[in-house]
Design a protein around this ligand. Structure first.
Ligand SMILES: Cc1ncc(COP(=O)(O)O)c(C=O)c1O
Length: 404
């Protein structure tokens, strides 16, 4: 049974009928699922949730599916929340944690959204889904669509990382690589939807992906003993993940499963070569403008026109948060630092959170004793082509492996 009450646009409030064609939305607006939380609160408590499976599906009553027994799952979610004392010491902090999303089946947090949305689309009888993806979502959705037996058309950039490309192609997803500017990719998907009647699963164009990703927020709270941290640092592309985490926090407060009170400061990081939300934040604007000159390493954080810009800027304002842009070299250095000090091997996109937190602490935006969570959205194994050649000592048989 589903506790879904209705689906409505975040800003306009316009209601949506499930399965029907979605009305055109104003820029920055997106459909959100609302639940009958009063009934849910009556039927269920957080102890029952904590007895559930070690995956996102422990939160099934808070997800928009009719029958969780038919979930399209590869074991996504319930990723570890790792204390990082050596990183904390390097930043002069006392309580720093990393939510390690690199443990997900395809190597990134994208699997949460794919699992829930593909499950729902199969329930609705959807045949073909389509999106533009910088790579991680393409690989992930390809895998979940394969498992579900539905078709996922992936439009990927020409610098897509080989791991994501292989996941997409090997899973049988029809895969297009765009020879041209990435900022054109959204319009191409819209045209394909109009021409072929496919369903767009692009970031925030539909409601279910957000629901899957919000499980990150539930897990952060549950793994902290049903409490919230003081700050969350998130690598922001289209904005979906940050919006989703805070939707979860708000739902948990509405359920009475965590204390009411201020939400954690939202600190978002972007690459200097694609920082439309940081630029808008610094200008005090309520919305981001198109970022013309995309210049980021292969991988995620390529959203030149982030569809969640307004909601993310709202959350930053609401929580007293911050937005900061990180250079590519700084992100790669942070990748190395996180791996060396804690043994957590992040993709550089997610290592921007460490570089951003260092700046936020220096700027007094995060206190040294704030309990802070870095959201490590993906595994560095996908990013090998982006990382520097490792420095090694070469030896021959019988050589002494002398460390001096
Ligand atoms: C590894 C990684 N982290 C973070 C993001 C940001 O995604 P979003 O802001 O849509 O949650 C992306 C996608 O661009 C990504 O691939």
């Amino acid at each position: 049974m589903s506790y879904v009450h209705h689906i409505a646009y975040w800003e306009s409030g316009a209601e949506v009928t499930e399965g029907a064609e979605l009305p055109a939305a104003a820029p920055g607006d997106f459909p959100e699922v609302h639940y009958d939380l009063e009934t849910l609160k009556h039927d269920l408590n957080r102890f029952a949730i904590s007895q559930g499976p070690a995956s996102i599906w422990r939160y099934a009553p808070l997800l928009p599916v009719d029958d969780p027994d038919n979930a399209v799952t590869l074991g996504e979610g319930w990723t570890p929340m790792l204390p990082t004392p050596r990183l904390a010491a390097a930043l002069g902090m006392s309580d720093l944690l990393a939510k390690d999303e690199g443990r997900n089946p395809s190597g990134t947090f994208k699997d949460r959204g794919a699992s829930v949305a593909v499950t729902r689309y199969r329930e609705l009888g959807t045949g073909t889904i389509v999106h533009n993806s910088s790579g991680n979502a393409g690989g992930s959705w390809g895998m979940y669509a394969a498992r579900a037996g539905i078709r996922c058309v992936n439009l990927l950039p020409d610098d897509v990382l080989p791991g994501s490309l292989q996941q997409s192609v090997l899973s049988g997803a029809p895969t297009f690589v765009l020879d041209g500017a990435w900022k054109e990719s959204g319009a191409m998907v819209a045209e394909a939807v109009a021409a072929h009647g496919w369903t767009s699963i692009c970031t925030l164009k539909e409601p279910y992906r957000l629901e899957g990703k919000k499980t990150m927020g539930y897990e952060i709270a549950e793994q902290l003993g049903w409490s919230l941290p003081d700050a969350v640092v998130y690598p922001c592309g289209g904005g979906l993940g940050a919006i989703a985490i805070y939707k979860a926090f708000k739902e948990l407060q509405a359920l009475g499963w965590i204390e009411p009170g201020p939400l954690p400061k939202l600190i978002i990081t972007q690459y200097e070569g694609c920082a439309p939300i940081v630029r808008a934040f610094e200008a005090g604007a309520g919305a981001a403008e198109l970022w013309e000159d995309l210049d980021v390493p292969p991988g995620g954080l390529k959203s030149t026109r982030p569809p969640g810009d307004k909601a993310v800027l709202n959350l930053i304002a609401e929580t007293g948060g911050w937005a900061v842009a990180i250079g590519t070299d700084e992100a790669i250095a942070a990748t190395e630092e996180m791996t060396r000090l804690e043994g957590i091997f992040p993709c550089p996109e997610s290592a921007t959170t460490l570089a951003g937190l260092r700046r936020a602490v220096a700027a007094g935006r995060v206190e040294k004793d704030d309990r802070t969570v870095l959201v490590v959205t993906g595994n560095g194994l996908k990013s090998i082509p982006v990382l520097a050649d490792p420095a090694v000592r070469r030896v021959r048989p019988n050589d002494d492996m002398d460390l001096e």
